[in-house]
Write a protein that binds this ligand. Structure first.
Ligand code: PGA
Length: 251
């Protein structure tokens, strides 16, 4: 049985002070009736502050970064390394979000390097893949997403892949208010699992968690979570509103 996994991707929102207020409000009202694993991915500047609140108040929430470099240290001005995140005891790291691919020239090759670096530093990657609207309309979405998946996993060992989360995020659904239908989302997540099975075998494919992301909100989460191959959600906009994020967790 895969534990449902709901992660909030705050993107470039909230100062470290706003983040602390969010955590207090969130904790005050926190319920988790489905026993989900919950993860909050704030900007780098808020990681330490949130981690301290989680630890001191013993809040059952994991913490994740939104990106990182693959090298452990070096002359990479402005970058954050896996070693730094490991030292902060960050649990997860989002890798290859479509906004990183679109605005910061990330490719399947850099995603692959980062996923490997994450595992080497005890960080669990949430690896994002997904097609844009042109690819969806051309009818080649599945082919495209599965080739992204294979390229991003290239050379990854079986024992690592069990700890992987894949986030299927159709780009046309991100921040647009348009969600994929639960059937389209399920079909793609099932295809992703089948592909993982063809590379690593059925046991690993059964263990890997697959999230859907793209305009997830309180009104559509239940339907998505009822799908057999959707194990959770990567939530953007709705994750920075305490009430919405709590409603999503308690779908
Ligand atoms: P959204 O973002 O929920 O605001 O569509 C999802 C994401 O980018 O991970």
């Amino acid at each position: 049985m895969r534990k449902p996994f709901i992660a909030g991707n705050w993107k470039m929102n909230m100062t470290h002070m706003e983040a602390a207020i969010f955590m207090q409000d969130f904790h005050y009202d926190m319920k988790n009736k489905n026993g989900c694993e919950i993860c909050i991915c704030p900007p780098f500047t808020a990681l330490r502050g949130i981690k301290n609140i989680i630890d001191s108040d013993k809040i059952d929430v994991a913490i994740g970064a939104q990106n990182m470099h693959w090298e452990k240290s070096g002359a990479f001005t402005g970058e954050i390394s896996p070693e730094m995140l490991e030292a902060l005891k960050v649990d997860y790291v989002i890798i290859g979000h479509s906004e990183r691919r679109q605005y910061f020239a990330e490719t399947n090759e850099t995603v692959n390097k980062k996923v490997r670096a994450a595992f080497a530093h005890n960080l669990k990657p949430v690896m994002c893949i997904g097609e844009d609207i042109d690819i969806r309309q051309s009818g080649k979405a599945e082919e495209f997403v599965l080739s992204q998946l294979a390229a991003c996993l290239d050379g990854l060992e079986e024992k690592s892949v069990t700890g992987l989360t894949v986030a299927y995020e159709p780009i046309w659904a991100i921040g647009t208010g348009k969600t994929a239908t639960s059937k389209d989302a399920e079909d793609m997540c099932a295809a992703i699992r089948k592909k993982i099975s063809s590379i690593y075998g059925p046991d690993i494919a059964e263990a890997v968690r697959i999230q859907y992301g793209g305009s997830v909100k309180p009104s559509n989460i239940t339907e998505l979570m009822n799908m057999p191959d959707i194990d959770g959600a990567l939530v953007g906009g709705a994750s920075i509103k305490v009430d919405d994020f709590l409603a999503i967790i308690n779908y």
